[in-house]
Design a binder for this molecule. Structure first.
Ligand code: FMN
Length: 392
């Protein structure tokens, strides 16, 4: 029998199968960016143009991937980024991913707008979960969410900053995606030709906002009628708001979605880590890749302040590049869900295997015994792609 590693040696090898197994609206929800998909495509282009100069003559090397972050030692320097409505893409996804993360000793970030609730996912995380907050304008809801996350043992809070407005998501409109999903002839037809997905829905129930449903009344149902963009809560974020969250949340706080070094420098006074991201190219199509701003931000923040990064990391090679340019930890969104959609829970596990195995292999090839040594290799770029800000 052909092993998964032989059949699907890279994440990209699972993509076609994923697209075939899930309804068109779910595939578009997962794989689209916004606007002209420029930011999404560019994220990978940038990563492709980074190179690593190997060092040799160091004897036999056994790679140690363990990485310390916020007083916890994870088995690898990567984790699972928050993905809203994951069960719309693959029914039961949140629980599958939480179990995988717990099993592999990597962080799993549960989204505010996940289908499975804070309470339902918590038992699978063993007190090691991360909770992502879309900051609600309504502070009663905010405080209740923080309390629920903390009472249920989530230890790290990730606050997403890059959604001051909903994005246009043109491909989602064309695919008829709405959150929560509408039942109409088109969606029923798409579901009918995706039997594995439909069986999953029968087993796990229709995708809904597991955590946020509780507040539906206070949000007003009329928002739902506005379609995808309007269906998520009113959000608000400023520095004062962060200060208030700081006084409530006792564990580490990570600010996700920053891209400008001035914001990053300011954030240092408010949160425990920053998380560079352009939301996988789903928000602002004009945004650069976070990799383009990483070296400068690392320089300005100094070596000791934790920096996480995501957007376009599809392989162990990509993770290695993120680390080498100055990140401490790389978060991964779509690849785990591609694995789930292609092969169910064993596909998500396979995605983890691919990324980890590739990192290990690269470290052994360049004779780096641990992540610290890996970061000491010489890194170069094929093109001059770091941003040249124009002063005028
Ligand atoms: C389908 C989908 C839903 C997402 N939902 C959220 C969310 O609820 N909260 C959030 O902070 N980021 C969300 N993101 C962004 C991811 O956390 C992450 O930044 C992005 O996926 C990274 O890019 P990658 O998919 O190329 O790895 C979502 C991304 C995708 C693809």
């Amino acid at each position: 029998m052909v092993s998964l590693a032989d059949k699907y040696p890279r994440i990209s090898d699972m993509k076609d199968k994923a697209i075939k197994r899930i309804p068109h609206f779910a595939a578009e929800y997962l794989l689209s960016g916004t606007g002209y998909d420029r930011a999404m495509d560019h994220n990978q282009e940038v990563l492709k143009n980074i190179f690593l100069t190997p060092r040799y003559v160091k004897g036999t090397v056994e790679a140690d991937l363990r990485t310390k972050l916020f007083n916890r030692t994870y088995s690898t320097p990567f984790g699972i980024a928050p993905v809203g409505m994951t069960s719309l893409i693959w029914p039961g996804a949140e629980i599958d991913l939480a179990k995988l993360a717990n099993n592999k000793n990597i962080p799993y970030t549960l989204s505010t707008v996940a289908c499975a609730s804070i309470e339902k996912v918590a038992p699978h995380l063993d007190g090691k979960g991360w909770f992502q907050l879309y900051p609600p304008k309504d502070k009663i809801i905010r405080d209740d969410l923080l309390k629920r996350a903390s009472d249920n043992g989530y230890e790290v809070l990730v606050i997403t900053s890059d959604i001051p407005a909903s994005s246009r998501r043109e491909r989602l409109r064309m695919a008829g995606v709405s959150v929560p999903p509408k039942i109409n002839f088109r969606t029923v037809f798409q579901a009918a030709v995706s039997p594995f997905w439909s069986l999953g829905v029968l087993k796990h129930g229709m995708p809904r906002f597991g955590t946020m449903d509780k507040y539906q009344k206070s949000q007003g149902n009329n928002k739902i009628k506005k379609g995808y963009a309007g269906s998520q809560m009113d959000r608000f974020l400023d520095w004062q708001y962060l200060e208030e969250v700081r006084s409530i949340w006792k564990g580490p706080i990570v600010l996700k979605g920053l891209m400008d070094s001035r914001d990053a420098l300011k954030a240092k006074d408010y949160v425990d880590a920053i998380y560079l991201s352009n939301h996988g190219g789903r928000q602002l199509d004009l945004a650069p890749s976070p990799m383009q701003v990483l070296p400068q931000i690392r320089k300005e923040l100094g070596n000791d302040y934790p920096i996480l990064i995501d957007s376009g990391f599809y392989s162990g090679q990509d993770v290695v590049k993120g680390l080498m340019l100055g990140a401490d930890f790389v978060m991964i969104g779509r690849p785990f869900i591609i694995g789930l959609a292609a092969l169910g829970s064993k596909g998500a596990e396979h995605a983890h295997y691919i990324i980890k195995d590739e990192i290990e292999n690269i470290m052994e090839q360049v004779c780096a015994v641990n992540i610290k040594e890996l970061k000491n290799q010489k890194v170069s770029t094929g093109k001059d792609f770091f941003l040249n800000y124009i002063e005028y």
